[in-house]
Design a protein around this ligand. Structure first.
Ligand SMILES: *[C@@H]1O[C@H](CO)[C@@H](O)[C@H](O)[C@H]1NC(C)=O
Ligand SMILES: *[C@@H]1O[C@H](CO)[C@@H](O)[C@H](O)[C@H]1NC(C)=O
Ligand SMILES: *[C@@H]1O[C@H](CO)[C@@H](O)[C@H](O)[C@H]1NC(C)=O
Ligand SMILES: *[C@@H]1O[C@H](CO)[C@@H](O)[C@H](O)[C@H]1NC(C)=O
Ligand SMILES: [Zn+2]
Length: 965
């Protein structure tokens, strides 16, 4: 999925706002795509049941007695095709229940003789035939044995049929089931979503199958390698539209069970996995275009389409599809491309083949009301999902343990697609901020885990759900980008295309990709890498973490070590490579790019890297490699001097890297004190670029989180005021006193940072500006004078520094908003108030779906937690309601792990650590589901916070005091 993580990559960074710096708001935008990123922030991932990781909530028995006790299908049967008919009811039945009914015939081949049929089925009521839950027939001449017994296994989500004798190896059979399920509002499987249009509530039936919910829609062999062709028919009322993966090929009225209905038949799908199926019955309307003879449609609520919110998506889809066709050297395999914006959706988006589903904020863009960040998010998520149409859908990893390759790959190439659709946006810079630096934070913990894990380690739905982590998405993207850089893009693309064409409509394991890339290397004369692709990549995928490479420019000596944010943390996960990596190092000497160096051992010397007093060296040019860098003190000093005298001599990305590395090296105590890190921010009074500022702000966010309840905060504010003032004035000038939009894409983000930070630290004129804009809007709600890019920042601060009236106004605007991204900005901004009773009431609202949509509940609680006043309230709230929250979001959902990460962010005292542990103990009986690992990480981070504060508080206070006076 899209970074579903669902919430968005940004969440974590974006919300700090209140406290001090805000920032980022924008960003938020960012990226969350598919489930993908949604889940994400900060949580890490997939732990296996190998004993070294966190135990998962459901334990897999080591020696299951019976085939139906195992979570994996026995593999003796292989589906060929399904005929599936579904009929969702958009009005409740006599008992007030929303239901769907249907039937399905699966034709399957018996691969290995067996007298058992084991097929997934969950929460479905099946009609019985002669006392059994299915009907079995032979195809061709094969007679079918009779069914002796049939039963359900709730734990493994199976329907099991015991047959009177064995099915014949090689023979084909058909199994027919008739079922009835609830069309619940649970965002899983075939589900129900509601929205209101012109005062009327409209119901949509839609679906989310990934990872294990197709079985909740009809009995099926619900594993990614069980590919089959699906012949789908949807029955629906005549005033609705039905969509599925294939194109509609027939639509006819009929009377069924006494009701006049429409029966829509779809063309047979390609051979595909169940998790990519999609079924939608709605009142949506569409706009469409024909790009190179491919039908492209964008579907949404009528009002959204009428307001032209789908235009941008329609404009960019054709070019991006065409870009990927060329990039992969493989034609788009389907006859149409539908993309649908849904009012309720757990992930950010989902790459269903031919029928991609999105949260509204990830697909709709209002040319007048939306911000640049919204636009970037839309094109980024679209690009991510379309990248999956080949990588993931056409060729699918065999099992969920390799999810990181699917998601990491899409999270890398999405940037290439956006670069093509919006040249000039410098998406490469954003990759560093949103993928690399973000995941460094998680992967630097001793509790991290390798990208790749063994197939046997991932079994239960909860274990599968944990695979959707930041590590999978962002580290996957970072190491794949590194791979493509050292192979060079043309060689990488050739290997990729050979992989996709070889395995089309089939399944793979990740080493199949390495094999095809290796072939491409061998077919390229003059191409030299120090070992095979397989051996080089094993260092990055089979061991967790990443190295910090230290260069001593006095001797040219390079050393590498495993970078751990907390140097005292104990790594109990052994690595067969002893935490040594094969590191491709691109580097620059005094502004000149040099020949790439491979560091293959713990230590090595490159005499070219020696530097005189007049020279300086920067390693990891434009952060093309997944590692941090440290230098001897004199090179650090020379770099600080270059920054203060002529910072443009160092590239924008490397400026951001120097700041981010320095702060993290200090936290890890690889460099002795925080002073060097703080010194990298001194030149910022001359910096006008977004990326270095953003890197600095994110790192300073940590200072704010740790110190905003202490006396250090005053000195920090004074220093930041001095640093940000020139940037604030710069934007005031280039926008003609805030009346214009800065022309550059990243300048627009930087302007938001400038205003956000300036207001937080009390720069003259900033607060007045914001209050004036918000007042004007309150006086004339029909006319919002605030520029779309600045809305998040302005709303949040106006509410933070305002009172009940400002809050209530935002609530009214929120309820009234018909643009999802606007509603989402207001929802985050309402968490900015400093009035405790408003915050508590707002927290209560998150449990009432008529006030805050279920999909937004956990991210709203996180927003409150990022507010210094709201933090204790949110923490109390989560503790008090854990069993309810867990029951609502716990089992298959990703949002719960980011909730735990979010509320625990500021915890930094011994007392708070005890509270966190107590929370864990008190709720053992409830469980933590997919948040299990996030909770362990929160405990580890809190310990690290306590130590850091103890060691740095006095020093930081002193430095800031000296610098700000
Ligand atoms: C499945 O249900 C539909 C609608 O009730 C019906 O028309 C169709 O005949 C059923 N299929 C089978 C194989 O019975
Ligand atoms: C399935 O059967 C159970 C038990 O009879 C019943 O409570 C439930 O409502 C049924 N579900 C649907 C969707 O009809
Ligand atoms: C979509 O493309 C059309 C035609 O090029 C253009 O006029 C319109 O402004 C674009 N819309 C958006 C939202 O980008
Ligand atoms: C899928 O790949 C396997 C292993 O490479 C091969 O045996 C099988 O024939 C392929 N199936 C299809 C449908 O291409
Ligand atoms: Zn994805």
């Amino acid at each position: 999925m899209g970074k579903v993580y669902y919430i968005s990559k940004n969440v974590g960074f974006g919300l700090l706002v209140l406290a001090g710096i805000a920032l980022v708001t924008i960003i938020a935008l960012s990226i969350a795509y598919d489930k993908e990123k949604a889940k994400n922030q900060g949580s890490g991932g997939d732990e296996g049941a190998d004993g070294t990781g966190t135990p998962s909530p459901t334990t897999t028995p080591l020696t299951p007695e019976q085939p139906w006790d195992r979570y994996r299908l026995p593999g003796s049967l292989a589906p060929v095709f399904y005929d599936v008919t579904l009929w969702p009811r958009l009005t409740p039945d006599a008992n007030g229940l929303y239901v769907f009914t249907g039937n399905s015939t699966v034709v399957f081949r018996c691969v290995k003789e067996t007298d058992l049929i084991i097929i997934h089925s969950r929460q479905l009521n099946l009609t019985t035939f002669g006392g059994h839950h299915a009907r079995l027939r032979g195809r061709g001449r094969a007679p079918a044995p009779s069914i002796q017994r049939s039963w359900f296994v709730a734990k493994t989500e199976y329907l099991v049929l015991q047959l009177s004798s064995s099915l014949a190896g090689g023979a084909t059979y058909e199994l027919y089931t008739e079922f009835r399920g609830e069309l619940a509002d649970d965002l899983e499987g075939f589900y129900r979503s509601e929205y209101s249009e012109d005062g009327v509530t409209k119901v949509v039936a839609t679906s989310q199958m990934q990872a294990t919910y197709a079985r909740k829609t009809f009995p099926c062999f619900d594993e990614p390698a069980m590919k089959a062709v699906f012949n789908v028919i949807l029955i629906h009322s005549r005033d609705t539209v039905a969509l599925s993966n294939g194109m509609e090929i027939d639509s006819a009225d009929a009377v069924i069970e006494g009701a006049l209905v429409r029966v829509t038949t779809f063309e047979p799908t390609k051979r595909m996995s169940t998790y990519l199926l999609a079924f939608i019955v709605s009142y949506f309307v569409s706009i469409q275009s024909n790009h190179n003879n491919l039908l492209i449609r964008i579907w949404a609520r009528k009002k959204a389409i009428d307001d032209r919110q789908g235009d941008y998506a329609l404009n960019v889809t054709g070019p991006i599809l065409q870009f990927f066709e060329r990039y992969y050297n493989a034609a788009y395999p389907l006859s149409k491309s539908d993309q649908v914006a849904l009012p309720d959706f757990d992930a950010g988006a989902m790459e269903n083949w031919g029928l991609v589903t999105y949260r509204e904020t990830a697909l709709l863009y209002d040319p007048i009301l939306s911000s640049t960040g919204n636009k970037e998010r839309v094109i980024t998520v679209i690009s991510h999902e379309l990248a999956h149409m080949w990588f993931g859908n056409l060729v699918t990893l065999r099992w969920w343990n390799d999810l990181w390759l699917n998601e990491g790959f899409a999270s890398y190439v999405e940037y290439l697609g956006v670069d093509h659709g919006e040249p000039g946006w410098n998406m490469g810079d954003r990759f560093i901020l949103y993928e690399v630096q973000k995941v460094f934070a998680v992967d630097a913990l001793a509790s991290s885990h390798p990208l790749s894990c063994r197939e046997e380690e991932v079994n239960t739905p909860a274990e599968i759900s944990e695979m959707f982590s930041t590590i999978s998405y962002s580290k996957g993207a970072a190491v794949i980008k590194m791979l493509s850089e050292f192979l060079t893009e043309p060689v990488f693309a050739r290997g990729l295309s050979s992989y996709l064409n070889t395995f089309a409509f089939n399944n793979t394991v990740y080493t199949d990709l390495w094999d095809h890339l290796q072939q491409a290397v061998e077919n390229t004369p003059g191409m030299n890498i120090p070992d095979t692709v397989h051996n080089i990549m094993n260092r990055w995928t089979l061991q967790m973490g990443f190295p910090v490479v230290t260069l001593d420019t006095r001797t040219g000596t390079l050393t590498q070590q495993h970078f751990l944010l907390d140097p005292e943390s104990v790594v109990d996960r052994a690595s067969q490579f002893n935490y040594t990596w094969f590191v491709p190092i691109k580097w620059v000497k005094t502004g000149v790019e040099q020949q790439q160096h491979w560091l293959l051992h713990k230590s090595d010397t490159n005499v070219l890297m020696k530097a005189t007093a007049a020279e300086w060296v920067v390693l990891n040019t434009n952060m093309s490699g997944y590692f941090r860098v440290n230098y001897d003190p004199s090179n650090w000093n020379r770099l600080l001097r270059v920054l203060s005298t002529n910072h443009k001599a160092i590239s924008v990305i490397n400026r951001a890297q120097i700041i981010d590395d320095a702060f993290n090296l200090a936290r890890a105590k690889i460099i002795r004190s925080s002073t060097l890190a703080l010194r990298t921010t001194k030149y910022l009074s001359n910096e006008r670029e977004y990326t270095p500022w953003e890197a600095a702000i994110r790192n300073l966010d940590y200072y704010i989180l740790m110190f905003d309840r202490t006396e250090v905060y005053g000195a920090l504010q004074a220093y930041l005021k001095k640093q940000i003032q020139p940037l604030f004035e710069h934007f005031k000038n280039i926008t003609d006193n805030w009346s214009k939009i800065p022309p550059g894409h990243t300048d627009q983000y930087n302007q938001i940072n400038a205003i956000g930070l300036a207001c937080n630290v009390g720069v003259e004129g900033c607060m007045d500006l914001i209050k004036r804009w918000y007042r004007q809007w309150m006086e004339n709600p029909a006319h919002n004078p605030i520029a779309p890019n600045l809305k998040s920042t302005v709303y949040c601060r106006a509410i933070a520094f305002g009172g009940v009236e400002e809050w209530e106004f935002a609530w009214r605007m929120f309820k009234y908003s018909t643009l999802a991204s606007e509603a989402s900005r207001l929802r985050e901004a309402m968490a900015c108030t400093k009035i405790p009773w408003l915050l508590n009431r707002y927290l209560e609202y998150t449990l009432d779906p008529t006030k805050i949509r279920k999909q937004d509940a956990t991210s709203t609680i996180q927003s409150v937690a990022l507010n210094v006043v709201g933090m204790p309230l949110a923490w109390n709230f989560v503790r008090a309601r854990w069993s309810y929250i867990f029951q609502q979001y716990g089992t298959g959902s990703f949002s719960i792990s980011s909730l735990v990460t979010g509320v625990a962010k500021r915890l930094s005292t011994e007392f708070e650590l005890q509270e966190l542990k107590k929370f864990k103990e008190d709720n053992v009986h409830v469980g933590f589901g997919s948040a299990t690992l996030a909770l362990e990480q929160a405990i580890e981070k809190t310990r690290a916070n306590i130590k850091w504060v103890a060691e740095n508080k006095a020093l930081v206070l002193q430095w800031l005091t000296d610098e700000s006076t």
